[in-house]
Write a protein that binds this ligand. Structure first.
Ligand code: FAD
Length: 670
């Protein structure tokens, strides 16, 4: 596909706030990007139910191309289809700058339909990948904030050049609006996300760009040369392979996470999910949104009856000054969760009342000051409160002199939330106690069997989301998860507590009241396997709060420990405090193929991983299930449906189920 764009003027360039950015009018977007990619015709011809079209943009600017394309998508594509728009920005606009840009360029009557939603969901300008779900789930926008080449490479599967046959999620069409950004690195990354037939339209300022693009496989039409600095054409894998120098190939990368066999099977869209806690419910919803028929199996008749069964659960962050995997994943998950839960909060589930994290010593206070300085540009996400500001926000008196406030977080009632997540025409909840999980090679289906070996449910795809219950199945027993008891306490509202407006966090947490009761906690007992509510645990929960802020002791002045109510249950934890999300490895062949790691942890092994066909796991959410589950479920659904992921590869690998095998081999523990 190629098209001659003649007589087109260069699009308007402008400067909004700090970063220079391009705005494309509706006419410019059409002429320069949408028509050269033939999008209207391709979209109106989409025939497959729940089809997905992925559109990439190398420079998001102020979002004009996205808004114009999304409007055209809504007008031309079938209502059951989904658009995934992936766009990069090295120096993203803040939400305020975006709003200003929209006000400057678009009169009130001209606003594209999705503008208000984009502004409402627009993330803090934190480096990394941000997935926004818009248009009732029909439009996903993935924003890559930071180096475009690096981030496009990070959302690719990471297949080695010799493994190009691996079915991988692909971009169907590219917008390349600013030639200055299309260096070799970005071209190579864009190529890694393209396949034969992927179209592109690029603005170029010199011939070098056409050569750079061609070297990456993006061949411009040889006839009908577009005029006036415009290039368009198609990606051709053979051209890319011929031109790729060994220098641009990733060196020494291990491909243990690539699950070639499972992806190749392309099974029917029917899935089983074991476990109706927050992990299973978010997973079921993410799959159902993609058109899968989902059967959720749980031993209880009501969702959220075990770990996810507290009256109130908070969505709370774990920030750090260190650029490590855990705080990076936690931040990505919290940002995603704050958008994911917004419709639930707006519908009256819990409250997006903000979370105030109080420091329990001077060292933590100093760290909080540094974190807030680092995230200065993201004040709508986190800001440092000092002195009287603390009381103004929380409604209580504090001993603490400062605290970090997260206005977009809050608390949720997990049982109601889980029930609501399962309320979807494509989801059914079945009661059953699964004792075994078996795969039938002949019909390529997984079954959960009960104690009498009777099938509870079967489907081609299965997700184990049964927390530490995963240890009971032969396929997942190798996962090193632990069962850790925790107790939450409940306190009736009193004259001291009634003015609380936000969630308070420190060593423990304390919620605003719901139904006349506050929740606070929680204890952490790895060695205790009983679910009795204990008075000593109530005492421990009170102590944690007073250790954080002595003034909080007043909340309990009028209460007797013996009068307190509570609930004890169990977390599923991992040693690295990270969730377990992804395909389940086939342990024996995988250990054999990667055995060389025992002798040299840096061995170059060309094998891909061995995985059980279409079996997945989502567990290990530890003490932060409400925060992690939405992003982990989105990640898993993307893996199952072969879509581009909502997270960098480095972070995905840190949560991958096979990480334990690879780590053990390197440490010679397997
Ligand atoms: C005291 C306490 C306080 C907490 N507070 C918070 C908080 O404020 N915020 C927060 O984010 N997190 C909190 N957590 C952690 C959070 O509750 C967990 O991370 C989360 O609930 C885990 O969800 P899950 O879906 O993985 O597990 P679960 O909710 O335990 O769900 C697993 C489901 O699998 C089912 N199941 C298991 N095995 C089988 C089987 N063989 N057959 C059939 N069904 C099976 C179970 O019935 C259960 O419904 C707290 C945890 C505790 C214990």
């Amino acid at each position: 596909m190629s098209r001659r764009i003649s007589g087109a003027k260069r699009p308007q360039m402008d400067r909004i706030g700090a970063p220079a950015d391009q705005y494309f009018s509706h006419t410019d977007s059409l002429k320069w990007f949408i028509q050269p990619n033939d999008l209207e015709c391709r979209w109106s011809n989409l025939r497959i139910q729940s089809a997905l079209f992925t559109l990439g943009e190398t420079h998001f600017g102020c979002g004009s191309n996205f808004l114009h394309s999304a409007a055209l998508w809504q007008a031309s594509a079938p209502s059951s289809a989904r658009l995934h728009y992936v766009a990069a920005h090295p120096a993203p606009l803040t939400r305020i700058e975006l709003r200003l840009a929209a006000a400057r360029y678009l009169g009130a009557n001209q606003s594209p339909p999705l503008l208000a939603e984009l502004l409402a969901h627009y993330p803090a300008t934190v480096k990394g990948v941000h997935r926004l779900v818009l248009g009732n789930g029909t439009i996903n926008l993935t924003l890559l904030f930071g180096d475009a080449a690096e981030l496009f490479e990070q959302i690719a599967l990471g297949a080695a050049p010799q493994q190009q046959e691996t079915p991988a999620p692909r971009v169907d069409a590219w917008f390349m609006p600013c030639s200055a950004h299309i260096g070799e690195g970005l071209g190579v990354s864009a190529a890694a996300l393209s396949s034969n037939g992927t179209s592109f339209a690029a603005l170029s300022q010199c011939n070098a760009t056409a050569e750079q693009l061609a070297a990456c496989g993006f061949l411009s039409a040889t006839t009908n040369q577009p005029a006036d600095g415009m290039l368009c054409g198609q990606y051709t894998a053979a051209a890319a392979l011929a031109a790729t120098s060994s220098a641009t190939r990733p060196a020494r990368q291990l491909y243990w996470h690539i699950n070639r066999q499972a992806a190749a099977l392309n099974p029917p869209q029917q899935a089983l999910v074991l476990g109706a806690g927050i992990a299973g419910c978010c997973t079921a919803r993410a799959l159902a949104t993609r058109g899968y028929e989902v059967t959720v199996v749980d031993r209880h008749p009501t969702a959220g009856s075990e770990g996810s069964g507290n009256r109130q659960a908070i969505v709370y962050p774990k920030l750090s000054l260190r650029d490590e995997l855990l705080p990076r994943i936690n931040l990505a998950a919290m940002l995603f969760a704050s958008r994911y839960y917004r419709p639930f909060w707006e519908a009256g589930f819990g409250a997006q009342c903000g979370v105030l994290v109080l420091p329990h010593n001077e060292k933590v206070a100093a760290e909080q000051r540094q974190i807030s300085a680092r995230l200065k540009a993201s004040e709508n996400w986190v800001r440092l409160l000092q002195g009287r500001q603390l009381t103004a926000i929380s409604g209580l008196q504090h001993t603490a002199e400062c605290g970090l406030f997260f206005p977009q977080l809050g608390w949720l009632p997990p049982v109601d939330l889980c029930g609501e997540l399962l309320r979807h025409p494509k989801i059914q909840l079945l009661r059953g106690q699964a004792e075994r999980l078996v795969y039938c090679d002949a019909n390529k289906r997984w079954s959960f069997l009960d104690g009498a070996d009777k099938t509870i449910a079967e489907a081609p795809i299965a997700v184990v989301a049964s927390a530490f219950g995963c240890r009971q199945f032969a396929q997942t027993e190798f996962l090193p998860v632990a069962k850790v008891r925790g107790q939450i306490s409940h306190l009736a509202v009193n004259s001291e507590s009634q003015s609380l407006r936000t969630v308070l966090c420190g060593k423990g947490y304390f919620t605003p009241a719901s139904g006349g009761q506050h929740s606070f906690g929680a204890t952490y007992n790895p060695d205790l396997d009983c679910s009795d509510v204990r008075q000593r645990d109530h005492r421990e929960n009170i102590r944690q709060l007073i250790d954080t802020d002595a003034q909080l002791g007043k909340l309990f002045a009028a209460s007797e420990i013996a009068e307190l109510d509570g609930r004890a249950n169990f977390r599923c934890t991992t040693k690295d405090y990270l969730p377990i999300v992804g395909g389940v490895p086939d342990v024996e062949p995988m250990s054999r193929d990667f055995a060389a790691l025992r002798h040299d942890a840096r061995s170059s092994i060309s094998a891909t991983g061995s995985y059980l066909p279409n079996l997945y796991i989502h567990c290990g959410l530890g003490s932060r299930g409400l925060g992690y589950a939405p992003l982990a479920a989105e990640l898993l659904a993307c893996e199952i449906a072969n879509e581009l992921p909502p997270l960098e590869r480095t972070l995905r690998l840190a949560m991958h189920p096979a990480r334990f095998l690879i780590r053990d081999l390197k440490r010679r523990q397997r």
